[in-house]
Design a protein around this ligand. Structure first.
Ligand SMILES: [Zn+2]
Ligand SMILES: [Zn+2]
Length: 431
């Protein structure tokens, strides 16, 4: 077996790449299309008949080509490309890339052998889709600086299979809540508020399937969380053919090191689900809980991601698109000049409304006071509206729950108890 594979085209000598449209291997030179199974059968036949390994992509060097000494650091391997003879030294985490000299796709099979992914979601969306999604993302927001949009053509776009750990588990937990129902009564000029307090307990169970967390230290965790969810029902058994022509990374963060990220999301989703199904109370507060996550099933997966890099005013802006669903995320800059000018101009529209309102509420006050208060309120309202308008400039944040991965059918309460404890009473005088 060779150290690195390529899917050399037996018809024209080019190299097959994974084709998004057909979801098969396609030669970009002669347009031949083959499935991995068809290719492997053909390659095996060639090997047994002519003793030629057309899948041989590169050889890992044992000795440094310059000094002739043995290479001791086996992780930082150097390969010789079988297409052009160039020496390639891939990044430590790289398991698939293109030869920087001849562009031939190379899959570093000896690095994959040490850590073989269980599943992969192949790319579903191509370069055109990411360009369209990116343009839409930056041009449909209200206060993105014009110069930012015009540099959109100069950005760097690349596709990469990012390593993820997927966790499935069964959650079993007990939660104590303090709940209350509120009744009010009016007697003459007094309002009496009664709060009936309950001590609520639930012992519940629920299952979670394939919660993802990226296992690459290079990738920004919040960016990867923000392009969720992935539909793992479409995940396929891993095959190297899906990588041909694409960059791919292997994990460099262990599952155990990521576990706190999973646990935080699991706890939050468990509590939210139990709380939302507790019944009718006016107020519910979580007092304490004890949850266990058992029957853990861990998968190592590769997911398709498009990354767009843009530099603007000396600052880097990184966007990511889910290569399966097309969800595009990335924080955008705000043009504060446009923002405050628009807030100022819009405040005159709000002034009409606030002035009418103040004439009613501040009846009898001097006109200068009414105008002053009205104008202050108009500015405040306009700023609040404008801040709401730019809230969609920032859509990158770390995941706090795992609701998309909850199997709701599995949710049930093993034990429920709702105990009335006492009633408190407060009184207010109504003016
Ligand atoms: Zn070909
Ligand atoms: Zn090459």
């Amino acid at each position: 077996m060779s150290d690195a594979e390529r899917y050399k085209c037996p018809f024209c000598g080019g190299t097959f790449e994974f084709d998004i449209k057909t979801q098969k291997l396609k030669c970009p030179f002669c347009d031949s299309v083959l499935s991995q199974e068809e290719y492997d059968t053909m390659a095996e036949n060639k090997k047994s008949k002519n003793n030629v390994d057309i899948k041989d992509g590169a050889t890992e060097l044992d000795k440094d080509p310059e000094t002739g000494e043995d290479i001791e650091n086996k992780d930082q391997a150097t390969y010789v490309c079988k297409s052009c003879g160039g020496a390639i030294t891939p990044a430590l985490t790289s398991i698939s890339e293109k030869c920087p000299f001849c562009g031939s796709p190379i899959i570093l099979t000896n690095k994959i052998k040490d850590a073989q992914p269980d599943v992969i979601i192949p790319f579903k969306l191509d370069l055109k889709a990411v360009q369209e999604a990116y343009t839409k993302h930056i041009t449909t927001k209200s206060f993105v600086p014009k110069s930012f949009a015009t540099t959109a053509t100069k950005n760097e776009i690349h596709s990469v299979y990012v390593p993820f750990w997927l966790l499935s588990c069964k959650a079993d937990g007990e939660v104590n809540f303090a709940a209350k129902n509120i009744r009010t009564e009016r007697i003459a000029d007094r309002k009496i508020v009664y709060s009936d307090h309950y001590s609520v307990f639930r012992h519940s169970k629920m299952d979670f399937n394939d919660i993802p967390a990226d296992a690459s230290s290079e990738m920004d965790d919040s960016l990867m969380d923000s392009i969720e969810p992935f539909n793992t029902l479409e995940a396929l058994d891993f095959k190297t053919a899906y990588l041909s022509g694409y960059d791919a990374q292997k994990y460099d963060v262990n599952f155990d090191d990521l576990y706190p990220r999973f646990e935080k999301r699991l706890v939050q989703s468990f509590l939210t689900t139990v709380r939302n199904n507790i019944g009718n109370y006016d107020r519910i507060e979580i007092k304490n809980y004890n949850i266990e996550f058992n029957d853990r099933e861990i998968k190592y997966a590769l997911f398709p991601i498009w990354i767009v890099k843009n530099t603007w005013n000396g600052e880097d802006f990184i966007f990511a698109m889910n290569g399966q669903t097309g969800k595009m995320v990335g924080n955008l800059p705000t043009s504060w000049g446009k923002f405050f000018l628009s807030s100022f101009l819009s405040s005159f529209l709000f002034l009409i409304v606030t002035y009418i309102a103040m004439c009613y509420f501040l009846e009898g006050e001097e006109q200068s006071v009414i105008w002053g208060v009205s104008y202050f309120l108009a500015i405040v309202i306009s700023l609040v509206v404008h801040f709401c308008m730019i809230s969609d400039h920032s859509n990158v944040s770390s995941a706090v729950e795992a609701q998309s991965y909850l199997d709701f059918e599995s949710f049930h309460n093993l034990k429920e108890s709702d105990k009335y404890t006492h009633t408190t009473k407060t009184e207010e005088r109504i003016k």
